[in-house]
Design a binder for this molecule. Sequence first.
Ligand SMILES: [Zn+2]
Length: 485
Amino acid sequence: MNISPILAAIALVPQPAKLVETGGVTKNAEIRYVTDSAVPAEGYRLKVAADGITVTSSDAAGRFYAGVTLAQLKDGNSWPCVEIEDAPAYRWRGAHLDECRHFFGKETVKQMLDLMAQHKLNRFHWHLTEDQGWRLDIPGYPELIKYGAARSASVRHGQRATKGSKEDADKLNGVKYGPYYYTEADVREIIAYAAERHITIVPEIELPGHVFAALAAYPEFACVPANLAAREPRLVWGIEKDVLCLGNDKAIKFMEDVLDYVCRLFPGDVVHIGGDECPQVRWKDCPKCQARIKAEGLKDVHDLQPWITRHFVKFLEARGKRALGWDEYLLGDVPKSAIGMSWRTRPKSGAGHALVSGAQAAVRGHDVVMTPNKFCYLDYGQCLPNDPFQYIGGKLPLETCYSFDPCADVPAEARKHILGGQCNNWSEYTWNEYDLAWKMWPRTCALAEVFWLGDAKPGFADFKRRMATHRGRLIAQGVNCAPLE
Ligand SMILES: [Zn+2]
């Protein structure tokens, strides 16, 4: 689109879908709000003219996003005269935060929510439980915090350790980490803060794998309780073999109690139940798990995860919530109401389609949020010269983020199932809020524009030009935004 030097100097991110400059500027800050049911959900029309500003929307979110655009348009004490017609391409525009490997706390979460709102992101996926830490106080289960919220050591800054081998032990720092966790009052405060910014929180409680911190609190819920003798979360990164014993009714009741509380605490419509990277080796040798397989008429250990997924999809549905999980949890016979969060980019066999796993799920009729690691994992390297921060691996420069298409590889007839996308902030190698901000920004700006504009995004050169100005806006707020290249 052709824009004047005035607007070029202002730079909107994400760019609105349609923008026409009507000429000149105005200092008239009087805003008139109009409701029009014809405006799409979360969309708005914005007219800035000499006689004032008119905002038209069908809902409160649209009105809010018009305000976000107005704030970016403001130049000193005036606005350029424009007419904007804008609405999101995708309804799920998310950002995720892993608070388990490293904990960031309430103030960082609030700043993240502020910045998400400024980029019209509307889902905060809060990763609260892991092998390395349990971060949510659950009534009736005090041991979760007592044993699950602190580690006696962590991987030393700058080191890598994932196996728990003797060599890995030398890479631990010996410094107590935590206890770090959120109380109910903290969570309620953050929910309210997010709601004011039209952001829905999606809490994640991992199951049946990635539960080692919970097992540290309640070793009897593991297949081999003796493996939890140290009574503390996993100290190194990587995938833990000790998972929830699915042959133990009390272990399942524990997860039900946790999820029942989570359903009551969080007002959002979706609860994430993990489901990724769950080794089956303990189930294989566990008499209780084998008895479960027999009693339920399952074929073998491969059927156990779909069995527990079906259970919790229905459990959440009975509480008015939809289940969301990493794409592995959709393997096997699982209700179509379960939403997938696709993080893998390599084609997987088994569904009869040479597609990425998220696309396969969409073809089978599941709604899917696309978060493929090659485009959306912000713990991958930015490829900046002399980057002082450590990454988990991989390469994800800004331009690659911007090239992301959530519907790539998805057949046309299945695209209605693609809810949107999300940037994921895993924190094994992200130690603090400065490190986190550097990895999030400006790459989150690129992904936010992808989720807002879809195919209508104007191209990387245009984005980069606007981003050069927009970066100053982030830095002025104290955000440790990385350079563009
Ligand atoms: Zn077991």
